[in-house]
Design a protein around this ligand. Sequence first.
Ligand code: B3K
Ligand code: ZN
Length: 892
Amino acid sequence: MRNDTASKPETIFRKDYIAPGFWVDTVEMGFDLDLSATHVATRMTMRRNHDSSEKDLVLFGESLKLLQLRMNGVNLKKSAYKIEGETLRIANAPDEVTLEIETRINPLKNTSLSGLYASNGNFITQCEAEGFRKITWFPDRPDVMAKYTVMLRADKKKFPVLLSNGNLIEEGDLGDGRHFAKWEDPFKKPSYLFALVAGKLVCQEENYKLKSGREVLLQVWVEDGNLDKTQHAMDSLKNSIRWDEERFGLELDLDRFMIVATGDFNMGAMENKGLNIFNTKYVLANPSIATDVDYAGIESVVGHEYFHNWTGNRVTCRDWFQLSLKEGLTVFRDQEFSADLVGTATGRAVKRIEDVRLLRQVQFSEDAGPMAHPVRPDSFVEINNFYTVTIYEKGSEVVRMYYTLLGHDGFRKGMDLYFERHDGQAVECDDFRAAMADSSGRDLTQFERWYSQAGTPRVKVDAIYDAEAQTYSITLSQSCPATPGQTEKLPFHIPVAMGLLGADGKDIPLHSVAYEAQAGATSLVLELTEASQTFVFTGVSSKPVPSLLRNFSAPVVLEIDYSDEELGLLLANDSDPFNRWEAGQRLATRRLVKLTTAVQQGEELSLDGMFIEALRATLNDASLDPAFRELVLTLPSEAMIAEEFKVVDPQAIHTARQFARATITEHLRADLLSAYEGHLTPGKYSPDAQSMAKRGLKNLALSYLLEWSDESTFELAKTQFDDAENMTDRLAALTALTNFSGTDKQAKSAAKSLKAFYKDFKKEALVIDKWFMLQATARTTDVAKIRDLMEHPAFTLNNPNRARSLTFAFCNANPSRFHAVDGSGYALWAELVIALNKLNPQVAARLARSMDRWKKYPESLQVHMKAALQKVADTKKLSKDVLEVVSKALAS
Ligand code: B3K
Ligand code: ZN
């Protein structure tokens, strides 16, 4: 038996790719399921790949007890193969091979939640990226695609439900209290898409008619007692199926599609062929336990996994460096799905703003730190560390740029060609780019740099208005900061959607020699391909205000000097709602940066009337979607403000932002109160976009109102908490109460509400996660309080959701407390990473990333951070997951 540790982790390079020495055509597996000793028998037919330079037959395995290895019917002696680490090699194998392998594994002891593991007495698998090798020896790489038949055998009482990929072809009794089920997946697939689930589960099921008329069976499987929480996931699945038919002409290819929810899961969900396995967080919902944000999350993750059936499963990745081929594309698809479901133009913009906010806050930060990597990385130590916001979110921005450049129909043509060429294949990011180029006739050679160069490009804007000539010239200059291993960067191909606003705030018709075909349009997509380029517009009768990078047409930082007046004009008028919001954020950021500096210098703090009036106007503008107003009124997060500084002072940022919130409330109290009252949603809870938008604005108003100590607003929140009929309103009120700084009596009352909440939802794990998270991110929660909460009987590091709800939330989302000046936050972080490393390396490595940006803090904090990083790095038996993260941080 081997464990997960590696003494000298090896770096894997993209350039070293070699095609597999053998293909696998069929795989038959037999599982005798037992929680502590599962027997796995595998028979596969293989054939030599004459095009490969690899002559050996190579298999991978990890934590396996090998019982038997037979080649073409003959038992292989130990001398006939060689095991080194995770690799088993058979030299001189014949061209046609039937390999039979028996292994024994212990799912109960598998706390890594990768491979076959036990969750609450049930069997669950997670094979992406390299978990299948924890089940049997296998050419566990995504370019080996085979047809699987799977026989499951288990105790009938303990494991009444037996599921695997594809179609159920046989089931029955075995006598002696055991039963079996045989599954066949008609499509060839890579091993990372293999799945099995066995245990005590119940399902909501429905027959669904596809557009073609074919009927399919849809099932959502959950543990007993949760059938009242599956409807939204089922609705989301049906919406996903219909959307992929309508928008991309892609039909579900199986007769049966299953979703299974488990409480023990490392990520959000997994797209196993026909048997998606989900974290309960992205399945279970009803109004009393799930918030609007949860409902939206379920819709998008159900969509995401379903869409993988084509973008990921039918066309998969040649190697893991190509991960964004399926992830970036599938995120783009799920973003479009959510936007299309809302339907309205502002609804789409709201979704876009939310997605961009995440990209900027997390991905831009990743790009600026030690783990920065291209969308198609060149190397990794542990592939699980590369399921990142760069692969997913920046990857989806890259796909969105094709969409922006080629247009709606052009992009669809590209997708059609991609499937026509590559259905059933394992391909590269370059193949996707080629399909987009060939279907449109466009030269996308330079576009390749979006895949090969890391870092967030910056685009600087210089504009000159010539009143006499009536021309307006915009010069765009691009650059990209160095990232680890990449100092020189070449210019990117950047689509810059833009328009020009006149003094009245209206769009000016655009005339530019370079874009003659579109003369008179009010929005254009400029293509910036050189280091610096000037675009000239003619017939401009007065100095315009430029609106650039509309709808955030490229994942770049736009450096432009606007006056407050210009930003005010854009915020009030831009026909592009994204840039309207953006103007508001620029106004806010400017002020928050100033306030932070003032805090540091002990100066008096103040907020100007222009900004407050602009917010008031937006808040009171009934013509605007409440969801959009909520976004404008939400100040940039502390993490976003931090990005504006060379050296980050988390406490000063916190004080500055709080001051701004309180001052806004001081001036807008009456407006906030009427926004609150004007957006109540009485009656039955509904997760439709309109009701969600109302609740969002109302609860934002509530959180502002409680920034200003006052008896009546406290009571408002208290009443909302006590009377709430849905989790959205209840949690919003509880959060506001918990963060309220008032009298002792009020503090006691808030504590009482917190206690009551726990008591009411003790049995709902997902709600208890919220209870922990709310406290982890509360303003007054310090390291000591976290340590206290870790002693709570409901807390455990063994469950990823629970671990994340308290410890990750504190380290990542409570910056002024985590970065305590005495370094106690970092000491806690080190303890947690070390403890998690033993249980679950993937989860540990995620937490390890909280220290990525340690070089951005003052020397006084860096000392403590470095010590904590070093402590983790020096830990014995450190997984390669954690080792990669901390050693890259230390080397930065
Ligand atoms: N493909 C999975 C992620 C697997 C994570 C492996 N560590 C979920 C998704 O992106 O849909
Ligand atoms: Zn995905």
